[in-house]
Design a protein around this ligand. Sequence first.
Ligand SMILES: Cc1cc2nc3c(=O)[nH]c(=O)nc-3n(C[C@H](O)[C@H](O)[C@H](O)COP(=O)(O)O)c2cc1C
Length: 204
Amino acid sequence: MKVLTVYYTMHGHTLRMAEAVLEGVGSVDGVSPVLRRVAEFDAVNKIIDNDEVARRIREEQKETPVCSLDDLSEADGILFGTPTRYGNMTAQMKQLFDSTASLWQKGALEGKPAGVFTSTATTHGGQETTLISMMIPLLHLGMILSGVPYSVPEMLHTEARGGTPYGATTMSGPDGALQPTQEDLAIARSLGRRVAELALKLRG
Ligand SMILES: Cc1cc2nc3c(=O)[nH]c(=O)nc-3n(C[C@H](O)[C@H](O)[C@H](O)COP(=O)(O)O)c2cc1C
């Protein structure tokens, strides 16, 4: 059984969260974790050429395959991660969703579990809305959404960090200087684990 984690990142925060999600998936016996990235736009690649951090992150991911429609249809469960863009998913992630019409027609993703994760710059920069923006196409595709329950110990807090019942989150800070906290990563691992366990149960 395969559970896919597919993410987009520009400055690496969502990648760190994806790695934690992947670890959570891999902690479930009988489930193989698969990591894929979302394709970058040519126009954004030109911007990245002049951004030292983004260039390093692009280099770091160059061996990670770009997610294909076959990757999506072969997966028994999928986790999607993207930074926010004005409270929404990135256009790069939306491009992946918008390429799934043939899967929608076949019902290829119906009944499979899904989870979502994101990174924002600021505390109130749109974590929940970004997660929900990914959930809308996932519901159209017939996927079964999983969030993060409050029984996960790191969830019940009032600190300046991530953790929403809609999915795993982190904050990069206005200048990108923050990194996911240990708690953010623990919640991301728990989401990956939960979707993998659901995939096993749903497949029977
Ligand atoms: C066009 C654009 C819009 C953004 N909109 C928001 C926003 O609404 N709220 C916010 O907190 N951060 C916003 N950001 C900041 C990114 O979400 C932040 O840099 C990101 O979480 C870093 O993720 P990454 O390191 O995985 O690329 C925006 C960034 C860009 C380029």
